[in-house]
Design a protein around this ligand. Structure first.
Ligand SMILES: C[S@@+](CC[C@H](N)C(=O)[O-])C[C@H]1O[C@@H](n2cnc3c(N)ncnc32)[C@H](O)[C@@H]1O
Ligand SMILES: Nc1nc2[nH]cc(C(=O)O)c2c(=O)[nH]1
Ligand code: SF4
Ligand SMILES: [Mg+2]
Length: 216
């Protein structure tokens, strides 16, 4: 598996935000979101370490931390990802996968990690790649995350939430494209449209550390 970085930190996002977590970041992505904060990991020339699922499980267990987030890049594109999920779950670790909404989840629903799945909004430039069938596969521990950069994005996110009744299916988060929309605009939109059960979340690690710092 192509690992570009692995580190321990607090999870800066998602339902376990603020808890300790181990991060495994994989190389490569099939999308090119306008705002991507880890584009470096998607470049062909990005150096990586070839690791087996067993190497990764050993690293995770040695940290003594019970949460692991598999991210990237797009983690579900790694050939051995199913095997890795299997071994991590068997070892009793909580597995969260950050995925971009353009990879089918059908193959990952038997032995289940927790999914934090983006719905890519218009300002990302990648909305046409969304696999809408994925919405039907989400369960109550999963999350749909809308990273919003504009009023148009907020409007579209609301439509998607209503179409798929997302707040009755799973967690729903709004997160600002870091530094490009004022969080208060998101709050005002939520108030104006009475978006109950939607949660605003700001990437905590970008406030604790320099927003461009890697490995945190
Ligand atoms: C770097 S991606 C990797 C996982 C997967 N490719 C995806 O897009 O979900 C991890 C998360 O960071 C979010 N993200 C990337 N750049 C961001 C930015 N500039 N501001 C806020 N969130 C961002 C993505 O939308 C995604 O939810
Ligand atoms: N601390 C911290 N929390 C995170 N949660 C999701 C991350 C990601 O890049 O997917 C991330 C990250 O890069 N750092
Ligand atoms: S899908 Fe994720 S990793 Fe890929 S470009 Fe978009 S934000 Fe970056
Ligand atoms: Mg990140």
């Amino acid at each position: 598996m192509k690992v570009v970085e692995k580190f321990t930190s607090i999870n800066g996002e998602g339902t376990r935000a603020g808890e300790l977590a181990v991060f495994i970041r994989f190389k490569g992505c099939n999308l090119k979101c306008s705002y991507c904060d880890t584009m470096w990991a998607n470049e062909l020339a990005c150096p990586y370490q070839e690791e087996t699922p067993a190497d990764i499980v050993n690293y995770v267990l040695a940290t003594g931390i019970r949460n692991v987030t598999l991210t990237g890049g797009e983690p579900l594109l790694q050939k051995e990802i199913k095997e890795l999920i299997h071994h991590l779950l068997k070892a009793g670790v909580r597995v969260e996968i950050e995925t971009n909404g353009s990879v089918s989840l059908t193959d990952f629903c038997e032995e289940r990690p927790v999914f934090t799945m983006d719905y890519k909004l218009p300002s990302s430039g990648c909305e046409s790649q969304m696999i809408l069938e994925n919405m039907e596969l989400l369960v109550s521990d999963d999350t749909v995350k809308f990273v919003t950069g504009s009023q148009e994005d907020l409007q579209k996110a609301m439509e998607v939430i209503r179409t798929y009744d997302l707040t009755n299916r799973c967690h729903v988060y709004f997160s600002p494209v870091f530094g490009s929309i004022e969080p208060v605009q998101i709050v005002n939109f939520m108030l104006e449209h009475q978006l109950n059960d939607v949660r605003l979340q700001i990437q905590m690690h970008k406030i604790i550390w320099d927003p461009n710092e890697r490995g945190v």
